[in-house]
Write a protein that binds this ligand. Sequence first.
Ligand code: URA
Length: 240
Amino acid sequence: MKEERLDKLLAAQGTWSRREIKDFVRRGAVTVNGKNVRTADVKITTDDEVIVFGKRIALKKHLYLMMNKPMGVVSASRGDDCPTVVDLVPAELKRKGLFPAGRLDKDTTGFVLITDDGAFAHDILSPKRHIPKTYIATLDGVLTQQVADAFAGGIPLKNEDKCLPAQLTILDDHTAQVVLHEGMYHQIKRMFAACGLHVEKLHRIAMGAMLLDETLAEGQCRELTAQELELVQNRDGLKE
Ligand code: URA
């Protein structure tokens, strides 16, 4: 377990600044494993019992949230006029540095992972890692096997390289499940447009092998467990 300075780990929780922490540590408000500490540079790990003003602090270096994104909300940390997914994170889960790992369009709904761990986000989004993202698309026209074959062959998009092969499963005449292994701008909409179809609704149901928790109402989020984070990083995606 990596050791970090007390003030650094406490500041990462997002409640206090380093300066505030140094100040209240000096005033004797903090105990580590039952001992009062007076300097903020003591080294601790996330396993240590840290009590601040009499309250046990659950130390976590990073936070990983699964949100069910509603329509009309932008996948960003800051938005000019529109609410962002980070705005929807409730106060008890808010901390500094949160951002969505990957973008869904404003009108796309479903699974968005929000974190403050840049390395993790980079890892799950890197095209080299091929972490599959699974969507349900509703189309204006009738789906055919030809469309599924075109997706499997890699759709050429204007001004871009050919898309990687994508798996399209026809669920009914107007609904398909699509699995992507990369994330280009408006990719699914543009892939269907190249086949003469317009996407009316798009909903992300999974990242890696981790399904969106259907008990989350639109706009709600919850923390992902360590086991669930491993599922997000699973390159095999959902089982058939
Ligand atoms: N493809 C799109 O076209 N939009 C999204 O939001 C995600 C994938």
